[in-house]
Design a protein around this ligand. Sequence first.
Ligand SMILES: [Cu+2]
Length: 182
Amino acid sequence: MAISSAPEKKKVNIGLFLLTAVLTTLVVGSFAMQTISNRPDYTVVKKKITRAQLEEFKGKVKHMVSTYTVRHEGKLAIVHPPADSDIYLLGRNYTWGNYILELEQDQPYRLHLTSQDMPHALVVNELKLMNRIRLGQVTTVSFSPHKVGRFNMHCGDFCGIGHYDMVGAMIVTASSPAVVDR
Ligand SMILES: [Cu+2]
């Protein structure tokens, strides 16, 4: 009896070890998220919002998408809002919405972020966007995308089973395409 229970105990210990390792990774990871700063020229303002204001936020997303859709990529609308405008992203399990923001390089934007359900975080590594997103709070990032390209938007806060599929995209174009036309 004593002999057969020994390996079982070992198994439990390995399980505990793995659990500890996973939890440590999560804790250290979220700590790192908090301490990684944006580019120094990005400013971040956080504001509490009510349920009603969340509904208003959804309306602003809808309005932005219907006003500034310039083309489609399959079912995704490519939304190209004017430079120096307010742009919106609503994070929810497990999507950033059915559109891709197309921005212009070195132009200023006010990016408003909020959540519909639980904590998420917007991470666009190439643009140094790393911002926590909370239910009941709007995070506004004033920034100018400095790099041209197409970048993945990841969720930086583990939000459940679909967390790793919560991937969107952001496109940054050269700021004066008209010059290329000539
Ligand atoms: Cu998420």
